[in-house]
Structure formats: structure tokens, C-alpha cells
Design a protein around this ligand. Structure first.
Ligand code: ZN
Length: 367
């Protein structure tokens, strides 16, 4: 592996990112084919059911793929899914070398695509820009490895760590740029999840709004074709079916109250009974992963986010910080009653940057 390998893989990752808003439940994958130091083909996966990145790149390269090097951000698949296996396509095209950023995370198939290529004498390397490749598909990887989605909690707070006034009034803590960032977080997620308090208090609909995404027309169109599923946690079914949330499209409702399944179905929604006294959040996440959810965005009030946090179910916090004080009677970021310093939750800040007038902190729980 050399500097050129890194540069071409960086290009393949750039292509893979074009699928950020549309490939789920599949991973985002990009591919570049290089012959004699020159790019002869490239492609990326656009949508589930459509050709994989390698197929697009091989088509573009044509005969020039023979003896060339293929850079791909994920191990080429070796199984017959909705499309034929890419490992076979690379063999048929006669490529001389395949460089992958990472192995397939599915323990059942990991290494098989690369092994197939090696078996016919193709030179194989793996692990180029692996950190970046893993980050791009953190949700897909986690689902494959653990049967759970990658859970991201979005929170907005003032500099003094408050989210809403004591009355519940909370609109527009952050500015337009932060709201666009939240729209993009929604659009890239398989699921956007909220609680009854948020829906009742804010009339939240949790939809993706094209005008606020701030993306080019093509990417916006792709994102809107594959909007996230909206999931509501409503243990006692307090949100009426007439609420804007339900009027905005089909939703999945997780509850503890059985017996109303038909009414929800008739209104175009699905009611899922999970748990006895409280909705079993871990069971819900397992169910969502089983349905193909890679990334789940939690946009909820302090109580529900606190419940996810205390169960250790959150992988990443996206905390938007507005440069204002809301004062000491305003509501806290999380309902997480801790008594001793030794109980403090340790986080690692992995990114912090300005978003318009506001700041965004990306943090992950330690340990
Ligand atoms: Zn494939």
C-alpha cells in the first residue's frame, strides 16, 4: 500500500458519501478503477435494489478494467442478493488488484469476497482508510455486528445547559443553520424516533423538509425518495390520531397498551406492543434493526433521551449549543438523576464546530 492507494481510496470514499441519504438499509459504497495511474471508471451505490458501486465502475471502465486496480470502500460482496455478487463481476472483468477499505462486517460473510478474489490470483489488500470507511457506515456495521442500530441523539441547549422554559416553551433555541443540520441528520437516518411529550408539546411532525436541507437538487431528490421512518414512543397512547404527526404520513407507534392495533392500522399506521409498564426501548431498537434500520435519530424530550442514556443505548450525542442563557428555572438537557460524582457519565468529544451562530458538539459515551 502506498500514497496513491490512499489518494484513490479517498476518492472512492467521496463517491460513497453521495449515497449518504439514499442507500439504507444498504451501506454507502464507492469504487474507483485505476489503470496505469489513470482513473478509468468510478461509481457508487445509489439505492437498495440497484447495482452496487463496483458494477457502475466496471461498466464505465469496460475493457480497460483488465489488469487494473479496483478501489472499493467495502469488501466486494460474494453472495447472491438482489444483485449478482460483485466479487464475480471483478473476476469476470479481469482486474489485477483489489484494494478494500474494510472487510464486510457481517460475521457470516466477512472475508469471503476477498478470499474469492485471492483464489483466482487477484492481488488483494484491505484496511486502507478503514477508520473513515467505518465511520461512514457506522450504522450498517453496528447492525451487522450486534443486531442493533447506531443511535444518535440530537439535543439543543443554551450555554447554561437548558433546553426549554419551565412552561415547556422551546421553539427556536438555535438558528437556521443548525436547523438545516438537523434536517440533514434526519434525512441520512433510517428512523427518526420521538416521544409523546415532544409530539404533544411542540406539534412535532419530524418530517424531512426539502427547502431546509440545504443540499443540491439531485441529492435532495434522492433524500426525499427514501425518507426516514417516523417512530413514536407513546406508552399510554396519548397522541390522538388527528395530531399533525399522524397526518404527516405513516408512522410506527411503540406502546404498552394493547387493543388499539386495528384503529391505528385503519389510519395507515402500525402499533407495536413492547413491554409491560414502560416501552422496552432495547426491544424496540432490536426490532428496528431487524427491519433494516442502520441509523436511528432520537429527537425527544429530556425524559425519553434520559431513559435511552441511562440504559446505555446511545452511541452518539449531537448537541447544538445556542449562545444564550435560559436561566435556572428552565429545563435540563437530560433527565438523568445522579447523586454522586462517581456516577457522572463520561463522554469523549469527537468533533466540535460552528454551525451558523450556534455550535455543534459531537460526543460519544466512554467505555
Ligand atoms: Zn456488491
Amino acid at each position: 500500500m502506498n500514497a496513491a492507494d490512499h489518494a484513490w481510496m479517498a476518492r472512492a470514499l467521496q463517491l460513497a458519501r453521495k449515497g449518504l441519504y439514499s442507500t439504507h438499509p444498504n451501506p454507502r459504497v464507492g469504487c474507483v478503477i485505476v489503470a496505469d495511474g489513470e482513473r478509468v471508471g468510478e461509481g457508487w451505490h445509489l439505492r437498495a435494489g440497484e447495482p452496487h458501486a463496483e458494477v457502475h465502475a466496471l461498466r464505465q471502465a469496460g475493457e480497460r478494467a483488465r489488469g487494473a486496480t479496483a478501489y472499493v470502500t467495502l469488501e466486494p460482496c460474494s453472495h447472491h442478493g438482489r444483485t449478482p455478487p460483485c466479487a464475480e463481476a471483478l473476476v469476470a472483468a479481469g482486474v489485477g488488484r483489489v484494494v478494500a477499505a474494510m472487510q464486510d462486517p457481517n460475521p457470516q460473510v466477512a472475508g469471503r469476497g476477498l478470499a474469492r478474489l485471492r483464489s483466482v490470483g487477484i492481488e488483494v489488500a484491505s484496511g486502507v482508510l478503514e477508520t473513515e470507511a467505518r465511520e461512514l457506515n457506522a450504522g450498517f456495521i453496528k447492525r451487522m455486528e450486534s443486531g442493533l442500530p447506531f443511535v444518535r441523539a440530537k439535543l439543543a441547549m443554551s450555554l447554561d445547559g437548558r433546553t426549554a422554559m419551565a412552561s415547556g416553551e422551546s421553539q427556536w433555541i438555535t438558528g437556521a443553520a443548525a436547523r438545516a443540520e438537523v434536517q440533514r441528520l434526519r434525512a441520512r437516518s433510517s428512523v427518526v424516533l420521538t416521544g409523546a411529550d415532544t409530539v404533544l408539546m411542540d406539534d412535532a411532525r419530524l418530517t424531512v423538509r426539502a427547502a431546509e436541507l440545504g443540499l443540491d437538487a439531485q441529492t435532495t431528490a434522492l433524500a426525499l425518495q427514501r425518507p426516514p421512518q417516523r417512530v413514536l414512543i407513546d406508552g399510554r397512547l396519548r397522541v390522538p390520531l388527528e395530531a399533525p404527526f399522524f397526518q404527516a404520513g405513516a408512522a410506527l407507534v411503540a406502546t404498552t397498551a394493547a387493543g388499539r392495533e386495528e384503529a391505528y392500522r385503519d389510519a395507515g399506521h402500525e402499533l407495536l406492543v413492547l413491554g409491560q409498564e414502560r416501552v422496552d426501548l432495547a426491544a424496540l431498537l432490536h426490532e428496528l434493526a431487524a427491519r433494516g434500520a442502520n441509523e436511528v435519530l432520537v429527537e425527544a424530550g429530556p425524559r425519553l433521551v434520559g431513559a435511552f442514556a441511562s440504559l446505555g443505548l446511545i452511541d452518539e450525542y449531537r448537541i447544538f449549543v445556542a449562545a444564550k442563557f435560559l436561566g435556572s428555572s428552565a429545563r435540563p438537557l437530560l433527565e438523568l438523576p445522579l447523586e454522586r460524582m462517581s456516577e457522572a457519565r463520561e463522554l469523549k468529544i469527537v468533533d466540535i464546530r460552528a454551525v451558523g451562530e450556534d455550535w455543534m458538539i459531537v460526543a460519544q459515551p466512554r467505555g
